[in-house]
Design a protein around this ligand. Sequence first.
Ligand code: NAD
Ligand code: TDX
Length: 351
Amino acid sequence: MESVKKILITGGAGFIGSHVVRRFVQQYPAYHIVNLDALTYAGNLENISDIENKPNYTFVKGDITDPDFINALFADHHFDGVIHLAAESHVDRSITDPMSFVKTNVIGTVNLLHAAKTAWANNAEGKRFYHISTDEVYGSLGQTGLFTETTPYDPNSPYSASKAGSDHFVRAYGETYGLPYVITNCSNNYGPNHFPEKFIPLLINNIIENKALPVYGDGKYTRDWLFVKDHAAAIDLVFHEGKNHETYNIGGFNEWQNIDLVKLLCAKMDAKLGREAGASEKLITYVKDRPGHDLRYAIDASKINSELGWKPSVTFEEGLELTIDWYLQNEAWLKNVTSGDYKNYYDKQYH
Ligand code: NAD
Ligand code: TDX
């Protein structure tokens, strides 16, 4: 992939996208990074304000669901590669508004595929369409077993169904039109800039504010957590060294039951905030379960490990410390994103 020069990254104002954009802008001065983001409730240019004036970086505000806009963007820019992260990403929102997930995740992805296919019709050599996807497409595990790249798709939520649909379209463009693509399916990320509708930043925010810590159902649901910068490193590696028409699973080798994770966070936050041991645990509140809640996700990341040499660089203890410290040092960011629309969402969700 040495010939790649101009790269489109979609969703670069969001949580994972902002870490990917920063990494590419800083590590590859010979590339020009175009960050396309619609700046929905989840997109925040503050996430990447440190790189906004870099000469190899351009931000474009735009919507991937608009085919005319996307086609014009590709005609203007002659992209050599696409790293596609823009999506509606929250499972709970997909339950109340599935259609916006179909629009962005399925139709938006197909718009991008179509534009890339058209732009690269005469010469796809050295080009690459990279779709960032999720382990949720595989559905739910029981108490044992791991998702591998050959686990059949079995999505249960409108979010995961829309991501599964977009993965299938990426593969279909590869098989039908020869589009060079790669897909990764990653486990739950956590880290700085994570929007506080998601579990870990929601807990951190509510512990700071002494608010109830909502645990769905019996709290025995299990997720495999990966520090976001390790995901960004994996994306860099797969973009440059992954094989076309392949899928790689990315995970943290780090399973936690939700209730154990809440207790760990409470203990760490009590220590950081100078509260009496056990103070935050008193905030734990069991609430109504998420409909269709997947019991357990766990990734077998041995393919990316053995073929490309990737593994997480931080332990969960280290990653959580970095994350909690970031939120404590960036209370203005937290206050900003938890006002306005977020507040309305939160009030509807939990009261
Ligand atoms: P996010 O919700 O934080 O960010 C999504 C970004 O996409 C936002 O900046 C938003 O403004 C933008 N966007 C949304 N709709 C758009 C549209 N129509 N046009 C242009 N931009 C639009 O999401 P995230 O957690 O950073 O996830 C990024 C990607 O990674 C998603 O594709 C998600 O499915 C995938 N993923 C996430 C996780 C995770 O744990 N967060 C794990 C595996 C895979
Ligand atoms: O208030 C809560 N209480 C609770 O018990 C919230 C928000 C969540 N939960 C549970 C549900 C899950 O078992 O915590 C777990 C994690 O929930 P989320 O943070 O909503 O993540 P999840 O549903 O697992 O999906 C995430 O990981 C895969 C991302 O949001 C997806 O975009 C990604 O693809």
